[in-house]
Structures are given as structure tokens and as C-alpha cells.
Design a protein around this ligand. Structure first.
Ligand code: TPP
Ligand code: MG
Length: 475
């Protein structure tokens, strides 16, 4: 039966071993005609990827009956009548029973490392080599350092805006490490670590933040709106959740082309309240496309807490409503993030299906440099997550316990990254800005008449009020 669920041996194994969310309503009948998986207990095999798609899961679609079947009536073993409706067979029951709005228990959260960076007894996860483990650690430290230094540069007035990823370094780096370069990424904005992992240099980050002539967006976007065609990373787009349906379209295209790749889109808890999120999930499920929906549930959408964002148990339960296999993971545990994304990718591609991951975490920084989060949340809460639950220190303990890292390595790494960043900032700051004419290019092949008028008007205005315009933009 598992063979009906999975398209490949590898995916079957992953399905068997991962803790993906299955049917949780006891007694859900398999009346649609397709096979359902037997109840399966999570196994804890040493060294592998964690097991199981839990309890009575079905991976089939509910099929609509053919015209000749319309009047066919059957009985379930308990005597209930089963009748064809558009969408498939449904059993009648005598009791008037509403589905509960919530489960009794919240959905569990998959983790590998405990708070002290020790692998939880019996836990299973995707093995990482020493080389990969250190690359991941170095990526997280680089991201953290980049955030600290760019944030300070903004406070000094050298760049206009910034937004940190602090507290979400494991989500960024470990998820990126589990993907391949062929996978197409559609970010929200708090995921520069994926770009970093793919080889975007600190100089390229600095060029974008300073909006100089080497910025691929030609200085037309606010800082942190990174993008790279070469690295398969779509440009950050501030309107929340617009990237989610884009990812589904890209996944559909990958499927049609028969590529061994998936689309991956990241979004926050706030993003799940947008219509785009719902439309995208439904479309992906119905069209059966290889896309990973990665929700970073970091507790806050600017000043809106998750308690005002959700009446449901977060985002994870919404997957099943759309027919999407889903899992909740500890977003501050690099090994859990890596393992879950690895498994999700395998299933998304080999079975051509969407997967939803909800990573629980905490936005340690302010929303952006335009925000002061101490106005709406207690400082001790921030401090708790910044220290006791920091994903980098937790992962470092694991790496160090393996004998792969030392305090000397740490000092050296932090010193080098800081030096490289300071250097990159100096170079970017000194570089020329893109010329004014670039403001009007790249949208239309031939600029429209109203754009030409606007350019002429802007040039006249600058000439009249030269002192009000930046002196370093070539006219
Ligand atoms: C459509 C839209 N509405 C509102 C905003 C303003 N806005 C920018 S970020 C944000 C909060 C998003 O929170 P979340 O999705 O949880 O991501 P996080 O910042 O926590 O990473 C809001 C409301 C926007 N950019 N776009
Ligand atoms: Mg959020």
C-alpha cells in the first residue's frame, strides 16, 4: 500500500520514517475508494531520517464517480450507506456530528537537538558530514555577523533601512543546505541566508544595501530586496505573500518540464493570513506540483502576536484542509530543519506533491529598523530567545561535542567574517550610484511617453532644487 503513496523507494522510506502529519481524526473512513495507509508507529532507527507519516494517511485523491456509478449504493461494514457525490463516495451517518474547531492537543513539533545541543535519545535525522556540519555552522555565524554589522550601518545613517534574521539562522542556513541549486527559491524577506549559502558574496549583499551601480536592482529597491538570477533566487518583494502563488506557478512549470527540482517558498506567520497563501496552497494541491511551503512562525507579524493571527493551531493544520502533507518542526534546531527539508524535497519531487513545513521560532530582532519591538513585547521574552534558545549556540554545542570545532576556530571565524564585511561595506559605500536614467529602464522595452515626460520633469525639478537631491547620483 505504501507503494501507492510513494513514487520511489527513497520517498517510501522517507514517508515511512518522517513524522509528517497524517489523518488525526480517529475513525476517518476510507470511503473514497482509494487505499489508505495502515496505522504506522514512528520508529526510531539510528542514523537514518526520522520515520513515519502518522496514523491513517491517504495519499490518493477523492475521485468523482463516473455517470454509470451514480446510482450505485453500497454499505460500509457497519451498515452505513455510501453514496456517490461529485468529488467521491461519502458515507451517511445518523448522528449530527460537527467537526471540532480544534484538536484536543496541539500538533507536536519535530526536533533532533535538545536545548543543550544533545541529540534527543532515539531521535533520527538525516546524517550530515563533518564538512557539511561546519559549512552550516560557518553560514549561521556569517549571517549573524552580517546582520549585526548592517544593522549598525543603518543606525549610523549609512544605509536607509535594514531587517535582521536574528533567531532564524538555523531556518535560513539548514533549509538552504538541504536543497540543491536547481530548486527555485521564492523568499519573503527574512531569508538572506539561503542566498548566502548559494554563494551570494558579502560584497553583493553590501552593494544591494548601498544601492550602488553594482546592485542588480540598480538601486531602485530598498535595502534587503536581494535577488539573483544566477542563484535561482527570486527578488524579494515586500507585499506580503505575493511570492507564494509565484512559487506554485514555478513548480507547475518544473513539473511540466520533468525537472528533478522543486520550488521553495518562505513566508511568515503573518503571510498565512493573506488570500495569496490560501489560493496558492489549494492550487498546488489540486495541480499536484513539487513545491515546499516553508512557514517561519516566529511569533510576530510586526506588532501582531500569533494569538491575534491564528485561531487555528498555527499554520501546520491548514495543510491538511487543502490536502497537503505537513509537518511542524523546531525552527531553532538546525538538524531538524535540515532533515525535514531534505525529506520534504524528496517527497515533493518524487511524488510531485506540495509539502507544508511550519517551523516554530522567534523573531529576536525588531521587525525592521523602522520598528521598536519593546513597545509591544517584554524585553525578558526577547532576551530569553536571544540567549537560552539561540539556534547558533545550540548547534555549536553539538558540533563542538563531535570534536569538530574549538574556541580558537570560533574566534578566527568571527574575526575573518567581520573583517570581510567591513571591507565590503567600505567598497560598496564608495562605489558610484546608478545613473538617474536607470530609474526609467527595464520595465518597458521602449519607454512609454508618460515615462519620458516624468523623466524630463524630474530632471527640471532637480536642476531647480539641486541641494535637495543626492549629490552622488550621476545625472
Ligand atoms: C500586503 C501587505 N500588507 C502589509 C504589509 C506590511 N507588512 C510588512 S511586514 C509585515 C508583517 C509580516 O509578518 P510575518 O509574515 O509574520 O513575517 P515576519 O516579519 O515575522 O518575518 C507587514 C504587515 C505588506 N508589506 N504587505
Ligand atoms: Mg512573523
Amino acid at each position: 500500500m505504501a507503494g501507492r503513496l510513494a513514487g520511489s523507494r527513497a520517498a517510501r522510506e522517507l514517508a515511512r520514517r518522517m513524522g509528517f502529519m497524517g489523518s488525526f481524526r480517529a475513525g476517518l473512513s476510507n470511503v473514497g475508494g482509494g487505499p489508505s495507509l495502515p496505522v504506522e508507529i514512528c520508529r526510531r532507527d539510528a542514523g537514518g531520517v526520522s520515520p513515519c507519516i502518522s496514523s491513517r494517511v491517504t495519499a490518493r485523491r477523492f475521485g468523482t464517480a463516473g455517470a454509470d456509478e451514480i446510482e450505485a449504493r453500497e454499505c460500509e461494514s457497519n451498515g452505513n450507506q455510501v453514496v456517490n457525490f461529485p468529488g467521491g463516495k461519502v458515507a451517511f451517518v445518523a448522528e449530527m456530528e460537527f467537526l471540532a474547531e480544534l484538536l484536543k492537543e496541539r500538533i507536536n513539533c519535530y526536533r533532533v537537538l535538545d536545548d543543550d545541543g544533545r541529540t534527543i535519545s532515539g531521535s533520527s535525522f538525516k546524517e550530515v558530514s563533518k564538512e557539511m556540519a561546519l559549512e552550516m555552522y560557518s553560514g549561521m555565524v556569517t549571517l549573524q555577523t552580517m546582520d549585526t554589522i548592517f544593522y549598525e550601518a543603518q543606525r549610523q545613517g549609512r544605509i536607509s533601512f535594514y531587517l535582521t534574521t536574528i533567531g532564524e539562522e538555523a531556518i535560513n542556513i539548514a533549509s538552504a543546505a538541504a536543497l540543491t541549486m536547481d530548486d527555485v527559491v521564492f523568499p519573503q524577506y527574512r531569508e538572506p541566508g539561503i542566498l548566502l549559502w548559494r554563494g551570494f558574496t558579502l560584497q553583493e549583499f553590501a552593494n544591494q544595501c548601498f544601492g550602488n551601480k553594482y546592485d542588480y536592482g540598480k538601486g531602485r529597491q530598498m535595502p534587503i530586496h536581494y535577488g539573483s538570477n544566477k542563484l535561482n533566487y527570486f527578488t524579494v518583494s515586500s507585499p506580503i505573500a505575493t511570492q507564494i502563488p509565484h512559487a506554485v506557478g514555478a513548480a507547475y512549470s518544473l513539473k511540466m518540464e520533468g525537472k528533478q527540482a522543486c520550488a521553495v517558498t518562505y513566508f511568515g506567520d503573518g503571510g498565512t493570513s493573506e488570500g495569496d497563501f490560501h489560493a496558492a496552497l489549494n492550487f498546488a494541491a489540486v495541480m499536484e506540483v513539487p513545491v515546499i511551503f516553508f512557514c517561519r512562525n516566529n511569533g510576530w507579524a510586526i506588532s501582531t502576536p500569533t494569538s491575534e493571527q491564528f485561531r487555528s493551531d498555527g499554520a501546520v493544520v491548514r495543510g491538511q484542509a487543502y490536502g497537503i502533507r505537513s509537518i511542524r518542526i523546531d525552527g531553532n534546531d538546525a538538524l531538524a530543519v535540515y532533515s525535514a527539508v531534505h525529506a520534504a524535497r524528496e517527497m515533493a519531487i518524487s511524488e510531485s506533491r506540495p509539502i507544508l513545513i511550519e517551523a516554530l521560532t522567534y523573531r529576536v530582532g525588531h521587525h525592521s529598523t523602522s520598528d521598536d519591538s519593546t513597545k509591544y513585547r517584554p524585553v525578558h521574552e526577547i532576551e530569553h530567545w536571544r540567549t537560552a534558545r539561540d539556534p547558533i549556540s545550540r548547534y555549536r554545542k553539538w558540533v563542538q561535542r563531535n570534536g569538530w570545532w574549538s574556541d580558537e576556530n570560533e574566534t578566527e571565524l568571527r574575526k575573518n567574517v567581520k573583517k570581510e564585511l567591513m571591507n565590503a561595506i567600505q567598497i560598496s559605500e564608495r562605489a558610484e550610484k546608478p545613473p538617474l536614467s536607470e530609474l526609467f529602464t527595464d520595465v518597458y522595452d521602449v519607454p512609454t511617453s508618460n515615462l519620458r515626460e516624468q523623466e524630463a520633469l524630474l530632471r527640471q525639478t532637480i536642476q531647480r532644487h539641486r541641494e535637495d537631491y543626492p549629490p552622488d547620483v550621476p545625472l
